[in-house]
Ligand binder design. Structure first.
Ligand SMILES: CC(C)(COP(=O)(O)OP(=O)(O)OC[C@H]1O[C@@H](n2cnc3c(N)ncnc32)[C@H](O)[C@@H]1OP(=O)(O)O)[C@@H](O)C(=O)NCCC(=O)NCCS
Length: 169
């Protein structure tokens, strides 16, 4: 677990100046993330700079998705008696505006994929799922192989593909 670049959100991290261009994500890290972590609703991992200001963060939670949403080529290999399949939800991911376009979003996503793969060896999870906020986010996740699920705005990346991605390094 030691080679992750992010740290679990804690009291040493400064987040009140975090600004990513999306107000709901800014409010989330500034005001809600700590409470969600306390209530075990999500785990929040942050990338601090040398002064412990948060320059990026993401959240992970357990989730389930309906069998009918799983892409056909994966679904046909699954046992039929699972109506809901265990997945890891990447609830939020954002980079401070001062650091955009420098590869930090990619590094954060790879860190989140690595954590979700690690956890899937302890607690079953067949994919990572994200709820992209807008078209920009959809395009960002497409770069890494996420596919949009039919009849849903969610995007999906199987744990098999994640295993390959995180084992490359
Ligand atoms: C989306 C976001 C996380 C990207 O972070 P970033 O640090 O600027 O991205 P990176 O520099 O790491 O880019 C990684 C790759 O994604 C691409 N990319 C970045 N933003 C993109 C976008 N909006 N559309 C398409 N591709 C994008 C980059 O070109 C780069 O590709 P490359 O590896 O082939 O060079 C950041 O812009 C952000 O915080 N946006 C607001 C919040 C948000 O939309 N979060 C995601 C949904 S919850």
């Amino acid at each position: 677990m030691s080679d992750f670049i992010t740290e679990a959100l804690n009291t040493k991290h400064f987040k009140k100046d975090f600004k990513c261009g999306n107000e709901s994500l800014d409010n989330y890290i500034q005001k809600q993330a700590k409470q969600d972590v306390k209530r075990k609703l999500s785990a929040c991992f942050v990338l601090p700079n040398k002064d412990d200001n948060v320059i990026g963060f993401y959240t992970l939670s357990n989730a389930g998705i309906s069998r009918s949403l799983i892409p056909e080529e994966i679904r046909k290999k699954l046992p039929k008696n699972y109506n809901s399949l265990p997945v890891t939800l990447l609830g939020r991911l954002a980079v401070d505006e001062s650091c955009k376009g420098k590869g930090i979003g990619k590094v954060l996503l790879m860190d989140a994929l690595k954590r979700s793969y690690f956890v899937s060896k302890l607690i079953g999870s067949m994919a990572m799922v994200v709820d992209p906020l807008n078209e920009n986010a959809v395009n960002f996740y497409k770069n890494f192989g996420f596919v949009t699920l039919p009849s849903s705005k969610k995007m999906f990346l199987s744990m098999k593909i994640i295993e390959n991605l995180v084992s490359k390094k």
